[in-house]
Design a protein around this ligand. Structure first.
Ligand code: NAD
Length: 537
């Protein structure tokens, strides 16, 4: 095992980019390079316009990637979810409020590159953080994990890694994938020993930086041999730069691989459980929020992940449950597979129940009507739209032939949403520009204007009611704290809190009068680089 000075992360996606950025930020003495075969993605990681949106990500990348610049901030109360790294700044609690703080200059130690083989060759630790979606054809289609990208990277690593390098599965992979990597290494580099670790990532989209800066736990699985333990300790030392040792858990490699699938399946199961209860509540007059509060105060149950809604989305929950189902079934444990599959069945039932209810509320016909969806991302504070419930709802509504389906999302670029809908709805013209009914707006007011129904499909704070919900005759009251006039530093659209509060007020009023409302949100400015011919994008 070599001393660690150089880390290479293969895969510059939602996991690879932020994880490598935090590793580099917290270990200024290490060189961290993120490589990806996608040139455009790498170009954007190297630009001012990062390819993904996460609160706080821009600051961390800027500090680690462009390290030679000094970084200044004002010692004002910090919203931890927005700028988690600033909480760590030594001494900030002793500084006068409003003092200007300068983080000392540091050398750049975070790099983004398309030179995959070359960067692997220089690394002491290679993290594999590529996508592992559900297999769509062939054996196991619909539930097994598609290991195409992972396998391709494993063989690239096998060809280029230097002897003694530690290979780390960062991607979520089926249990016993370490054997696959070990065999691949043995085929390409017979006689050379490599340690394979499993280090699954537990970050959640929307809170990725907070989760990475303050993880509940870091899990490292290794083989139980002395060199396996040494490799595990080497990776642990990278995390120990900012994670308390007590939170770094070590297990055998298969436990670590399986733990990630189980974690996501259990979280999704809680959502499906409470959603199933919401269906009973709607038939009985019980209130699902009251039930959740009542059961959540029992510490054996806990209050997290008990919010009934339109079901979970995102790139991970469904595919990870399916992977667990496939594992159980391929082990002949059919009842176990069925048990976990039901979590997905319930999720789809809940989403469809919502769409059906919307249609029923509109007299079972959407002809000539405009329906607005507020929120397109699969959850708040992310631009990640993979497996978004909104898209499935749109597909169901489309069949009813509405005059218009209007979409607004505060974090997603309208250009990207349009392209995605075009690619995903193939059986009929979807977008207005193609003769379909869907329009993606840059302004929430325009999206809501003259709408027959406004559906809140992502739980963005912007769409929440004010604490005291307004009655019909009374205008919505604004919270007592004075609105912060600064633009949200991390919101791509640069909206101010004042503007967002106006949106609350507006949503509480009658949507169909929207044309008469003064339109402070009309100034939504999508990242210009992505709207036009930006050389970065
Ligand atoms: P992603 O699709 O955002 O990124 C994967 C990247 O890998 C892409 O940029 C792709 O171009 C690159 N890639 C694919 N094949 C490659 C190759 N042969 N060479 C170089 N680059 C290659 O995926 P993600 O969301 O970052 O997820 C990565 C892994 O992390 C998955 O296994 C996922 O299950 C897991 N995970 C994701 C999350 C999440 O919130 N997104 C959370 C925890 C774990």
């Amino acid at each position: 095992i070599r001393p660690v000075t150089n880390i290479c992360c293969v895969g510059a996606g939602y996991v690879g980019g932020p994880t490598a950025a935090v590793m580099a930020y917290q270990n200024p003495h290490l060189r961290v390079t993120v490589v990806d075969k996608n040139e455009q993605r790498i170009r954007r990681w190297n630009s001012e316009h990062l390819p993904i949106y996460e609160p706080g990500l821009g600051d961390i990348v800027r500090i680690a990637r462009d390290g030679s610049r000094q970084f200044q901030f004002t010692n004002e109360p910090i919203d931890q979810s927005q700028r988690p790294h600033l909480l760590n700044f030594p001494g900030r609690n002793f500084l006068q409020h409003d003092a200007q703080i300068t983080v000392p200059a540091r050398l750049p130690n975070l790099f983004f590159s398309t030179q995959v083989g070359e960067c692997i060759r220089e690394a002491d630790i290679v993290l594999i953080a590529v996508n592992t979606p559900t297999k769509m054809k062939g054996v196991g289609a619909g539930s097994a994990t598609d290991m195409t990208s992972f396998e391709a990277v494993a063989s690239e690593v096998a060809q280029h890694a230097r002897p003694g390098a530690i290979i780390v599965e960062k991607s979520t992979v089926p249990c016993r994938t370490a054997d696959l990597v070990r065999n691949t290494m043995a085929v390409h580099r017979p006689g050379i020993h490599f340690e394979i670790l499993s280090n699954p990532e537990f970050l959640a989209a929307g809170t990725a930086m907070k989760d990475l800066m303050y993880p509940d736990r870091v899990l490292i699985g290794s083989s139980p041999t002395p060199s396996g333990r040494l490799a595990s300790a080497a990776l642990a030392s990278v995390y120990a730069a900012w994670v308390p040792r007590s939170r770094i858990l070590t297990t055998n490699v298969y436990s670590s691989e399986l733990a990630k699938l189980v974690a996501n399946s259990m979280l999704a199961q809680r959502i499906s459980s409470i959603n199933s209860i919401s269906a009973i509540c709607e038939k009985t007059g019980a209130n699902v929020d009251e039930i959740a509060a009542s059961i959540g105060s029992d510490p054996r149950i806990g209050d997290k992940f008990l919010k009934a809604g339109i079901g979970f989305g995102g790139s991970c929950f469904k595919k990870d449950i399916l992977s667990l189902v496939y594992l159980a079934e391929s082990l002949g444990l059919h009842e176990v597979g069925e048990y976990w599959r039901q979590v997905i069945v319930m999720n789809e039932y809940q989403r469809d129940r919502f769409s059906r209810r919307v249609i029923a509320c509109l007299n079972n016909t959407l002809a000539g009507k405009k329906i607005t969806l507020l929120g397109y991302a699969f959850k708040a504070n992310t631009s990640d739209t993979r497996e978004s419930p909104a898209l499935e709802i749109i597909k169901t509504l489309l069949v009813e032939g509405p005059r218009e389906i209007a979409i607004f999302d505060p974090c997603c670029n309208p250009v990207v949403v349009r392209a995605e809908i075009k690619a995903l709805v193939r059986d009929q013209p979807a977008l207005k520009e193609d003769g379909g009914p869907i329009e993606v707006y840059s302004s929430a007011y325009e999206a809501c204007a003259s709408s027959h129904a406004v559906l809140i499909t992502t739980e963005f704070d912007e769409f929440r009611n004010t604490p005291k919900a307004a009655s019909k005759d009374e205008p919505a009251s604004l919270p007592t704290k004075s609105p912060d006039p600064r633009p949200f530093p991390n919101r791509p659209n640069g909206q101010t809190e004042t503007e967002l509060l106006s949106l609350h007020k507006y949503l509480l009023s009658n949507a169909s009068t929207a044309e008469n409302v003064d339109d402070p949100l009309g100034r939504y400015v999508p990242e210009p680089a992505c709207e036009s011919d930006c050389p970065d994008c």
